[in-house]
Design a protein around this ligand. Structure first.
Ligand SMILES: NC(=O)c1ccc[n+]([C@@H]2O[C@H](COP(=O)([O-])OP(=O)(O)OC[C@H]3O[C@@H](n4cnc5c(N)ncnc54)[C@H](OP(=O)(O)O)[C@@H]3O)[C@@H](O)[C@H]2O)c1
Length: 302
């Protein structure tokens, strides 16, 4: 396999992860990037990037778009139909693509408990499909595990609710979890494509930091001591019980699935703090406490 997987197709380039990834690719300049845009998408991209409009329902359309590509990086919303995601893989095989990075970028799904959480079912199905195809075709895969995003997670009140200074501390907030800045996730993808042999048919784990909610809260208090911080302890079991009921009623929305993410991130049995890290392999630095405070500052302006 060549030293660098240079020709890269992006699927889902207009999303939260895709947008950042595209920018990092363009800034880097070593890769030839092609964006696959679904017919119904209204997304626009810089005029310097090659964009191919494709029909996600057509294997032929996808295969033609992937001709000459070395790698596919999917940052698609994993809730899209599983058949569509499998068709991306089939098209990659048909086009002779060497590497497929499915839309992971989150929890360590090699953890046996995490694998059983309903929210991850589509990701697991795609993983299994890729593993099967990697045994019978030349296509290879890499699963990129970053933990929850640090900057995005603060912005979206997902890893620490700061907006009203009343953070929900899941099960007390002491579980340490791996977390990665979104730009570092993008750098990890480029590093994977730069080291195809070392990252072939395996998962890679990386982090910007390992920290608990209480660790983040302590830094937030240093950054914004003027605030009246009133953390509230929330039991993950209670949230998951309600989520199970919603699931049984066929309610497949964020409200149903979020508690399973909280379980994966705040219950140590689910492997939220990565035991092994590929930061060194991928050339990714971790953040100092001062740098984490700098990030918190952006979201604690008042
Ligand atoms: N670790 C974390 O904290 C964290 C946070 C967020 C996301 N993630 C993960 O990162 C990956 C990407 O997530 P994201 O938030 O960037 O995704 P997203 O913004 O929700 O969606 C990505 C792209 O998917 C396409 N898309 C959305 N709905 C679709 C549909 N119904 N049919 C076809 N295409 C559709 C859209 O592109 P077009 O409309 O242009 O086609 C969209 O820009 C996921 O695996 C997610 O689990 C992790």
């Amino acid at each position: 396999m060549a030293a660098l997987l240079k020709n890269v197709a992006l699927i889902g380039a207009s999303g939260s992860v895709g947008k950042v990834l595209l920018k990092v690719f363009l800034d880097d300049g070593r890769f030839n990037v092609t964006i696959l845009r679904r017919g119904s998408s209204s997304a626009t991209f810089p005029s310097t990037v090659k964009v191919v409009d494709v029909d996600y329902d057509s294997l032929e359309s996808l295969t033609a778009a992937l001709a000459g590509q070395d790698a596919v990086v999917s940052t698609i919303n994993p809730a899209i139909p599983i058949d569509t995601q499998k068709r991306f893989v089939d098209a990659a095989i048909a086009a002779g693509v060497k590497r497929f990075l499915p839309s992971e970028f989150g929890c360590d799904l090699n953890n046996e408990l995490a694998r059983t959480l309903p929210v991850f079912a589509p990701k697991i199905e795609v993983q299994n499909y890729l593993k099967e195809k990697a045994q019978t075709t030349p296509l290879t895969y890499t699963f990129a595990y970053s933990g929850p995003f640090l900057d995005w997670g603060l912005e979206h009140q997902f890893i620490l609710k700061t907006v009203d200074s009343k953070p929900s501390l899941f099960d007390g907030g002491n579980t340490v979890f791996s977390t990665t800045n979104l730009s570092t996730v993008a750098e990890a993808v480029l590093a994977i494509l730069s080291k195809p042999e070392e990252t072939k048919n395996r998962e890679v784990r990386f982090q910007s930091a390992a920290i608990s909610q209480n660790g983040l809260l302590a830094l937030a208090k240093e950054v914004a001591p003027q605030r009246d911080w009133q953390p509230e302890v929330v039991k993950v079991d209670d949230l998951v019980r309600v989520a199970d009921e919603r699931l049984a009623k066929g309610l497949f929305d964020h409200q149903t699935f979020a508690p399973y993410l909280f379980r994966a991130i705040h219950d140590p049995r689910y492997g939220p703090k990565f035991e092994t890290l590929d930061n060194e392999l991928l050339g990714l630095k971790q953040l100092t406490e001062a740098e984490i405070k700098g990030i918190l500052k952006q979201y604690l302006k008042e």
